[in-house]
Write a protein that binds this ligand. Structure first.
Ligand code: SAH
Length: 208
C-alpha cells in the first residue's frame, strides 16, 4: 500500500516541477514512514509536513525535494545541514553526497534521528546536538550548506564556510511569508536567487 502511495507522490513531485532524477530516486529509496511517529504513518507519502514531537515538523516532501534539487549535489560533496529534525532531509542528502554533517538543537530529536540513521545504515552521516547557527567549525569548508528552519537572516560568517562555487540554501522569513533562497559563492561575491512561498518552523537560539 505504501508503495502505491510512494509512486503517486513521486509523480506529484514531478508534476510540481522537480525534474532531477537522482533527487527523485533518493526520495524513492528513503522510507519516510521511519521518520514519522506511528500515529501519522499512514500519511507518510502525502505531500504534507507532519508533527514529529517537540513542536517540530518533518518538512513537506516537495520542500525537501526542492531544496535538495537547489543544492545541485555531487557524490564527492561534503554537506552541512542545520536543523536535523526527524532526520529525513539528512537521509535524502546522504544518498547524494559523500558525507553529511547535521546539527540539531533539541536533544530528543537529535537522539531519535541518530537511531534511525543507524537502523537504515546511513553511515555517511555525522550528527551533533548544538545550536547550529555558527556552523560546524572543525569541519569547514563545506561544498554545500542547507538550513531547514526559517530565519530572518543567516550569519555572514556561514558564507566563509563554503568553498568557491559553494551553495547555501535557506528558508528566509520576509514580511509574513517565507521564501527559499539559494546563495552561490563566486570568489568574494554572493549571488542569490529566490524560490517558492513555503512554511518552515522557526530557527531558534540555544539548546533545549
Ligand atoms: N530537516 C528536518 C526539518 C525539521 S524542522 C526534517 O527533514 O525533518 C527544523 C529543525 O531545525 C527542528 O528540529 C528545529 O529544532 C531545528 N533548529 C531550529 N533552529 C536550530 C538551530 N539554531 N540549530 C540547530 N537546529 C535548529
Amino acid at each position: 500500500m505504501l508503495d502505491v502511495r510512494k509512486i503517486r507522490l513521486i509523480l506529484e513531485l514531478r508534476e510540481a516541477g522537480i525534474s532531477n532524477s537522482s533527487v527523485l530516486s533518493a526520495l524513492e529509496q528513503i522510507p519516510r514512514e521511519k521518520f514519522i511517529p506511528e500515529n501519522y504513518r499512514n500519511q507518510a507519502y502525502e505531500n504534507i509536513a507532519l508533527p514529529i514531537g517537540d513542536n517540530q515538523t518533518i518538512s513537506q516532501p516537495y520542500v525537501v525535494a526542492k531544496m535538495t534539487e537547489l543544492l545541485d549535489l555531487e557524490n564527492t560533496h561534503k554537506v552541512l545541514e542545520i536543523g536535523t529534525g526527524s532526520g529525513y532531509q539528512c537521509a535524502i542528502l546522504s544518498k547524494l553526497a559523500r558525507r553529511v554533517y547535521t546539527i540539531e538543537r533539541i536533544k530528543n530529536l537529535y537522539k531519535k534521528s541518530l537511531k534511525i540513521f543507524q537502523e537504515l545504515k546511513l553511515t555517511n552521516i555525522v550528527s551533533k546536538y548544538e545550536d547550529g547557527n555558527d556552523g560546524w567549525l572543525e569541519q569547514i569548508p563545506f561544498d554545500r550548506i542547507i538550513f531547514t528552519a526559517a530565519t530572518l537572516n543567516i550569519s555572514d560568517k556561514i558564507f566563509s564556510h563554503i568553498k568557491e562555487n559553494g551553495i547555501v540554501v535557506c528558508p528566509i522569513i520576509r514580511e509574513n511569508k517565507q521564501v527559499i533562497i539559494k546563495y552561490t559563492r563566486k570568489g568574494n561575491r554572493l549571488s542569490s536567487e529566490e524560490f517558492d512561498n513555503v512554511l518552515f518552523v522557526p530557527n531558534l537560539k540555544g539548546v533545549s
